[in-house]
Design a protein around this ligand. Structure first.
Ligand code: NIG
Ligand code: FE
Length: 403
């Protein structure tokens, strides 16, 4: 990215999302000075600068961050959606070799270039909802080569659009068919070969595990977390989505960045997250699309002051949604979050969930100039009205990309 210097956004109303009380309030008209791709200062009154963009009183927020996606995949699971509507549960489809494994078959057959081309329209959807950073997981390859292929495809998206991509290795997503009955052997392969290779090639900054009855048990999850730490990578977990195995507390024990889904999390787990300052990432799209009934423990998370993020979980099986503001709407309507909580959930808390809490997600001097300019009067509108485009422009590291 080439860096623009001395760009000033004038007549901007800022919603800074800083951690103080003012973060969610709309500022009076001001000027946002950007230098070398970062936020330099906020001033009031007339500015004399050559490169000026007039926001005309529009709202400016930090660029939104989708901190949990499975953006890279091939194939479709529309047939499975139809089956589920006829009453076959997600777990049953998985046990019959469908579900995640059906996407694994299609993704293994696709080239890196094909995966990029398939991902671009999905990325476009996220971008339209104001997203400037996306976390992307592997997990549909389940061999060394196919997992690395997915991570390379994810990283390559930065060459196609103005976007920041953060990659997570999710080789422990499902047991590949060639390891049937040998889950521990597969976990050894993940720990001894796939994690070191991904770390060596700098293809991932964190490692995730699907800790669930249809995924991997606690002991296997812990092995993967230990291997991640040994290789200098952070950890996160798909935990407590369909049952309570204690995966979130384990994630906290390894100072994990985030525990995600967490519908079945109990108070012990909530306290563990609070102690390690691990973000609770809520994924209302998967809850909605699987027609789940068990709500995440929002009140307990609030009580123990666990930072909450909101993400799309964009994937072909449980959350086919390329729209982050729609997830904010679902966060409010399905989970009872406030619009302020959902906006924090896609800005500073989402930044923390990908380990970038001191770099993006707030409008603050020293932070990256990743911004979104909106035709919106009040920040509650992000969670409120859906479907009508209102993004005017995004900036990534101070560089403009008009909607
Ligand atoms: O986050 N829970 C496991 N992984 C994904 C679903 C992946 C799939 O079904 O393809 C999730 O919901
Ligand atoms: Fe997921």
């Amino acid at each position: 990215m080439s860096l623009s210097e001395d760009l000033v956004l004038i007549n901007a109303k800022l919603v800074t999302m800083t951690q103080d009380n003012d973060g969610y309030s709309v500022s009076p008209l001001c000027n946002l000075h950007i230098k070398n791709g970062a936020i330099h200062s906020i001033t009031h009154g007339h500015v004399a600068a050559s490169d000026v963009f007039d926001c005309q009183g529009r709202l400016v927020t930090p660029g939104f961050i989708d901190c949990h996606t499975h953006l890279i995949f091939a194939g479709s699971r529309a047939d499975e959606f139809e089956k589920r509507l006829q009453g076959v549960p997600y777990q049953e489809i998985a046990k019959q070799g469908g579900g995640i494994l059906s996407t694994v078959r299609a993704t293994r057959q696709a080239s890196e270039q094909q995966l990029i081309e398939l991902a671009l329209p999905r990325l476009e959807g996220l971008i339209r909802s104001g997203v400037t950073s996306v976390e992307v997981k592997s997990g549909y390859g389940l061999t060394l080569n196919d997992e690395l292929k997915m991570l390379r495809a994810a990283k390559a998206l930065e060459g196609h659009r103005k976007i920041r991509i953060s990659t997570t290795l999710l080789a422990a997503h499902a047991l590949p068919p060639e390891y049937t009955g040998r889950a521990d052997d597969y976990i050894d392969y993940v720990c001894n070969e796939i994690i070191p290779a991904a770390a060596e090639e700098k293809l991932a900054s964190s490692v995730d595990v699907f800790c669930e009855s249809i995924g991997f048990n606690l002991k296997q999850t812990e092995k993967v977390f230990q291997a991640a730490i040994d290789n200098g990578l952070a950890v996160k977990g798909h935990t407590e989505q369909l049952s309570n195995l204690g995966g979130s507390a384990l994630t906290a024990k390894y100072s994990g960045l985030s525990a995600d889904h967490i519908e079945y999390l109990d108070e012990e787990g909530v306290i563990a997250l609070a102690r390690s300052n691990t973000v609770a990432t809520l994924l209302p799209g998967a809850f909605y699309f699987l027609r789940e009934k068990q709500l995440p423990p929002i009140e307990m998370l609030r009580h123990h002051q666990v930072p909450m993020a909101i993400a799309t979980d964009l994937n072909p099986g449980t959350s086919p949604f390329a729209d982050l503001t729609m997830m904010m709407n679902m966060g409010c309507t399905l989970f009872g979050l406030t619009p302020e909580e959902t906006l924090r959930g896609v800005t500073n808390h989402a930044a923390q969930a990908i380990g970038l809490g001191d770099k993006i997600g707030q409008i603050k001097p020293g932070f990256e100039a990743d911004l979104a300019i909106w035709d919106v009067e009040h920040p509650a509108e992000f969670s409120y009205f859906q479907g009508a485009p209102r993004l005017v422009a995004r900036l990534v590291a101070g560089e403009f990309d008009y909607a």
